[in-house]
Write a protein that binds this ligand. Structure first.
Ligand code: ZN
Ligand code: ZN
Length: 209
């Protein structure tokens, strides 16, 4: 497996480049900004990018989709419940004082239980609404990894005060979709440092009971 991470944009989102070493099939998860830097890292990795994936539709995670689609010409994947965020991505970024190119509609939508393959790597889509209604996590069981977007952070959880957020949904998603994964699973978060499912179960004060 090839795995690279970069912190991009004014809200310091984690963007991940992941792929299969033998087939060179790769994907970019949460390309929120700084398309040029991402392209350079992809070139250095030797991967061919087959998918651009948004864990959810907030602009800090999909803000560089438009320029990257022009470079890689591949499909953009998102959960359908977050289509409204993408449709208004340029306007919502502007509200926060940031400029992005309007994000195109996804070429494909992802739903609970979908499997995505990059060569021999198989990712399972976990629908984890709460931070946004179309939030997903990508579970790679063969590598003990889950890409958690803004659902779960080290010692914290995604905010739910943004439009269409729900604290009840978020806690349910974490308990039923993430805390049911093996404790050793490494959680690659949408912001900040990685953690593990076991550490969060033991120490995360926001998810109890
Ligand atoms: Zn978000
Ligand atoms: Zn975010």
């Amino acid at each position: 497996m090839i795995l690279e991470s970069l912190v991009v944009g004014p809200i310091a989102a984690n963007c991940y480049i992941i792929g299969d070493e033998s087939s060179k099939s790769g994907a970019i998860i949460d390309p929120g900004d700084e398309a040029d830097r991402i392209v350079k890292r992809v070139e250095a990795s030797g991967l061919r990018i087959d998918f651009l994936i948004g864990t959810h539709g907030h602009f800090d995670h999909v803000g560089a989709i438009a320029p990257l689609k022009k470079v890689f010409g591949c499909d953009f994947l998102l959960h359908q419940n977050d289509l409204p965020f993408v449709a208004h991505s340029q306007a919502s970024a502007a509200q926060w004082g940031f400029q992005i190119e309007q994000v195109p509609d996804p070429d494909r939508t992802m739903a609970e239980g979908d499997l995505l393959n990059l060569g021999t790597l198989e990712f399972k889509v976990l629908h984890t609404p709460g931070h946004s209604p179309g939030g997903i996590c990508l579970y790679l069981s063969s590598e003990n990894l889950v890409f958690a977007g803004d659902t779960l952070f080290q010692g914290s959880i995604g905010r739910t005060d943004l439009p269409r957020g729900s604290m009840d949904d978020l806690i349910l998603s974490i308990k039923t979709r993430l805390y049911t994964l093996p404790d050793a699973t490494v959680v690659l978060t949408g912001h900040g440092e990685p953690t593990t499912i076991g550490d969060e179960k033991r120490h995360n004060m926001f998810v109890q009971g």
